[in-house]
Design a protein around this ligand. Structure first.
Ligand code: KG4
Ligand code: ZN
Length: 394
């Protein structure tokens, strides 16, 4: 099979991204234009502003990705784009541009699920390192600002998928999900509540190292309400809990309650206005503006999140008897999460793989990589497909 150069395009949330990946195994270029500055004053992503910023950035970002890869519009073999899940208006910018390119250049167009992209970020980088020996079955925790999902990932034989050799296709079974907030959303909301700005994950990650993670005890998440869904082919009914679901709205409320009980509002407002005056606050700026109580709260919050994510994921891994664990998505960039997964995974003899930090958060290299098996299988999209804000991964 000759090399295939796939141009990936990603615009599902607040990053406009384009990348060129060779045969699902080598990143040739990877360009990400972040909109953090646009959304920061609002403390979260504003969908209308996200669409407008994608419109502004999409052409220069794609041009840069092609130029850095020494490729042209004509030379790439296919165009891959995120179909969903994500913000509909934001997704449409990438999809419309990808369709226009595919039509004008007469190239195959491949629609990719964003969550499948996050999983393929791990596969891409392992192949890039020369690791072709991953053991199956694989359990993947996709943990980001919009998602906290557990998938059992299965690969089908190459001939089954494409009839022409090369890598086979993939299917995914969702065995756990968040009932309310995603884990990254909890990091973002708690950071906002404490006057630490947006996005919250990276700053909580850095500040947590300066606090006492045992200072505040948060009760474990209680999952009480019923949820109907498939579990390994069987309908899960009331009272029949597989125990792999997550819930993070409770911990956010517990942090709010702690802030109220300890009358932290005034110091939070002072911190918010002090940090707002600094163009690009550095760790030292945050530290100067955080007292010990705040640092302890941040560290305890992160510890609680990490314990819950690691504990539930490893329980699912044991129950499904998987051979390998992937942890991917924006929150997978978290230092304590990585260390804890590595430690506990090693204790249980379970290899754990993460993407590098640039490929943990949203990017288009993962979209181009996830498109490769579809390219081999000639699983191309028609020009009439549209954005799907709640696209499920199967
Ligand atoms: O995957 P991603 O870039 O976008 C989505 O698909 O949602 O993830 C963004 C999320 C945000 O909630 C951000 O706060 C979180 O990932 N995040 C982190 C870290 N870096 C990014 N959370 C915890 N620790 C980090 N180091
Ligand atoms: Zn994502």
């Amino acid at each position: 099979m000759p090399d295939a150069y796939i141009l990936g395009i990603e615009s599902s949330c607040d990053e406009t991204a384009a990348a060129v990946v060779r045969s699902g195994e080598q990143v040739i270029s990877n360009v990400v234009a972040s909109q953090i500055g646009t959304h920061q004053p609002y403390g979260g992503v504003v969908p209308e502003l996200a669409s407008r910023e994608h419109l502004r950035a999409i052409v220069p970002v794609i041009r840069q990705a092609l130029a850095e890869a020494n490729q042209s519009y004509e030379s790439v073999d296919a165009i891959a784009v995120t179909q969903g899940p994500g913000l509909a208006g934001a997704l449409l910018v990438g999809i419309s541009y990808a369709k226009a390119l595919a039509f004008a250049l007469d190239k195959p167009l491949i629609a990719v699920n964003h969550l499948e992209g996050h999983i393929h970020a791990v596969l891409l980088e392992e192949r890039q390192k020369g690791n072709h020996e991953l053991q199956f079955p694989v359990l993947a925790l996709v943990v980001s600002g919009g998602h906290t999902h557990l998938y059992l990932a299965a690969r089908h034989s190459a001939t089954e998928a494409s009839g022409v050799g090369g890598e086979g296709g993939w299917t995914y079974e969702n065995i756990g999900h968040t009932r309310d907030d995603a884990a990254g959303e909890a990091f973002d909301k708690v950071a906002k509540l404490l006057g630490l700005g947006y996005p919250g994950g990276p700053i909580v990650d850095r500040l947590a190292a300066h606090g006492d993670a045992t200072a505040v005890r948060f009760p474990p998440a209680q999952i009480k309400h019923r949820d109907r869904r498939e579990h390994r082919g069987q309908k899960v009914t009331e009272g029949d809990q597989p125990g792999f679901d997550f819930s993070y709205s409770g911990i956010k409320t517990a942090v709010l309650r702690y802030v109220e009980v300890h009358e932290m509002h005034r110091s939070i407002e002072e911190r918010r206005s002090a940090l707002a005056k600094i163009a690009k606050p550095q760790l030292a700026d945050y530290l100067v503006n955080c007292d010990k109580r705040t640092l302890d709260l941040v560290a305890s919050f992160q510890r609680s999140m990490v314990e819950d994510l690691v504990g539930k994921t490893l329980a699912a891994a044991r129950s499904c008897d998987v051979a390998t664990l992937f942890v991917t998505g924006g929150v997978a960039a978290n230092n304590e999460l990585r260390k804890t997964f590595e430690l506990r995974g090693a204790e249980e003899g379970l290899p754990v793989y993460f993407p590098s930090r640039p490929l943990s958060t949203d990017n288009a290299a993962m979209i181009a990589a996830a498109a490769y098996p579809k390219f081999l299988a000639k699983n191309f999209a028609n020009l009439d497909f549209s954005a799907e804000a709640s696209l499920a991964l199967r």
